[in-house]
Ligand binder design. Structure first.
Ligand SMILES: Nc1ncnc2c1ncn2[C@@H]1O[C@H](COP(=O)(O)OP(=O)(O)O)[C@@H](O)[C@H]1O
Ligand SMILES: [Mg+2]
Length: 228
């Protein structure tokens, strides 16, 4: 069993959106994924109140026990949705995680905060991957300057970035308000395509699986170039 912490020191970056959608997409891909809501605001629990994907309500101090229990119960993946603060709670999630997904919007302040988080991960010897969220859509395969300059800055900093950015899409908000991930709400939509690409990247990284379909890289690339 592997644990993924979804973190960002910035509120509103999209931790809950990424955690919920990733859990739903990983389940669709056949992984036994459990979502843990470690945010006292309980946004994941609220979003999935009527969903078959059960959410475990937890807190920073219970995370170690939760990962032990999940390992015993034979789950494949435990995905932890975390609060923006305080730092101690985020550190507790980082310490139990095999991979930390650092969610960041493609803005100067978000990226600056994400780089600080990456530095914290380095100090804690934890593995991190930046997930860009709320990116404006690519046009005819070309990234908007906001996204390309963000990617340049992250490349310059030498930090790993998931090759499946999530775009600003109404589908993310509509799906959550219906208590679903986008892969369930609109299985053939552009949001579902980019979330599946991200799920595939994450699954390969933590479970070490080979891509189940040869189209995976093409999926990631097509998600990058997805139409609005
Ligand atoms: N890719 C996206 N496209 C459109 N809206 C989004 C996207 N990601 C997040 N949102 C919206 O932004 C707000 C904050 O997202 P949320 O996941 O709650 O962030 P966090 O958990 O980091 O505070 C929510 O209203 C959510 O629906
Ligand atoms: Mg949240």
């Amino acid at each position: 069993m592997k644990t993924i912490a979804v973190i960002s020191r910035k509120g509103g970056a999209g931790k809950t959106t990424v955690a919920v959608n990733l859990a739903a997409a990983l389940r669709e891909q056949g992984a036994r994924a459990v979502l843990a809501d470690a945010d006292p605001l309980r946004s994941s629990s609220e979003a999935l109140r009527a969903h078959s994907l059960s959410v475990v309500e937890t807190s920073a101090s219970k995370l170690f026990a939760l990962t032990t229990a999940s390992r015993r119960s034979g789950g494949d993946l435990l995905i932890i949705d975390t609060p923006a603060a305080p730092e101690g709670d985020v550190v507790a999630a980082i310490k139990v995680a095999d991979l930390c997904l650092v969610v960041s919007r493609p803005t100067y302040l978000d990226v600056a905060a994400a780089l600080k988080t990456l530095e914290l991960l380095r100090q804690l010897r934890a593995s991190g991957l930046i997930v860009l969220n709320q990116c404006p859509s690519a046009r005819q395969g070309r990234e908007p300057s906001q996204v390309s300059s963000t990617l340049d800055a992250l490349r310059f900093a030498g930090v790993p970035v998931a090759a499946a950015p999530l775009r600003v899409r109404q589908a993310y908000q509509s799906a959550l308000s219906e208590g679903q991930g986008v892969t369930e709400w609109e299985p053939r939509g552009q949001a579902a395509i980019e979330v599946r690409a991200l799920a595939e990247i994450v699954r390969r990284k933590v479970l070490g699986e080979l891509p189940s379909r040869p189209a995976n890289d093409a999926m990631a690339l097509s998600a990058m170039a997805a139409r609005p």
